[in-house]
Design a protein around this ligand. Structure first.
Ligand SMILES: C[S@@+](CC[C@H](N)C(=O)[O-])C[C@H]1O[C@@H](n2cnc3c(N)ncnc32)[C@H](O)[C@@H]1O
Length: 238
């Protein structure tokens, strides 16, 4: 295997990588193949990285990839359920990507040392995104940056999070679209999909005799649509 094989990261993981602070000490929780820490190490963007997973199978493939791309000096593997086997002093930025929102909640709740303004979390949930956003707000975690990406037909959102109770967003739209703005087509597409799913939910509420809840949700849908459309118009004026 050559020293610099062509190694490109997919758009979703690339977006996660862009939210990791340069030269940080990183933990990638649920690393699987370890592509993210390897890519960051190859770019010189981490001082060191722990590629952690709860299962030995993924860790073996992570180890093989780490050797193949010759980043053993910077990237190590660790068997860990969430952050259980990671010490606070070892890491500054923690990525948890490609997992369900409920699992991300469990992992964050299981590591109280994350409530430290010096740490950053980069979260990319696959499901239960509003539930995760609500949990973060309740616990005093603020979303500093959020961006969506559409890849292979799926729309993903990636958020950079800091423990900062004073910065927590309590906006009506926050549980649904987080801190996304409508400046990119991928952000707008994510917002359109959220609006469609909320409209369906409102229809269900109306049918089950909850017209007030349905109306409140439809109001939210309207706000999301207005924000999306404004962003699209601004974009086409540029
Ligand atoms: C779908 S893969 C995601 C891989 C990569 N992070 C990505 O986004 O492409 C999920 C990985 O999380 C691991 N995992 C699931 N629950 C975990 C936990 N509680 N702690 C650590 N790893 C976990 C699984 O073993 C699996 O390798």
């Amino acid at each position: 295997m050559g020293l610099h094989p062509l190694f490109t990261l997919g758009g979703r993981l690339r977006l996660c990588a862009s939210m990791v602070r340069p030269r940080t000490a990183l933990a990638d929780i649920g690393t699987d193949h370890a592509y993210l820490p390897i890519w960051l190490a190859k770019q010189g963007l981490v001082s060191r990285a722990i590629a952690a997973d709860i299962r030995l199978g993924p860790l073996r493939s992570a180890q093989q990839n780490i050797s193949r791309y010759r980043v053993q000096e910077l990237v190590s593997t660790r068997l860990s359920d969430g952050l259980d086997a990671i010490l606070s002093v070892e890491v500054d930025d923690i990525v948890i990507a490609g997992m369900g929102g409920e699992m991300i909640i469990k992992i964050v709740a299981g590591a109280p040392w994350l409530k430290d303004e010096r740490k950053r979390l980069v979260l990319q949930p696959m499901t239960s995104v509003p539930r995760l956003r609500a949990f973060l707000a309740e616990q005093g975690f603020a979303v500093l940056r959020e961006q969506a990406i559409v890849e292979e037909g799926h729309a993903y959102s990636v958020m950079q999070v800091q423990y900062a109770p004073e910065k927590v967003n309590t906006d009506e739209l926050y549980p649904y679209i987080g801190m996304l703005d409508a400046k990119t087509e991928d952000n707008r597409e994510y917002m359109r999909r959220v609006a469609v799913s909320l409209e369906k939910k409102a229809g269900g509420l109306a049918l089950s005799g909850k017209p007030e809840e349905a109306a409140a949700l439809l109001h939210t849908v309207e706000q999301i649509k207005i924000k999306t459309e404004k962003g699209r118009q601004n974009d086409s004026c540029r």
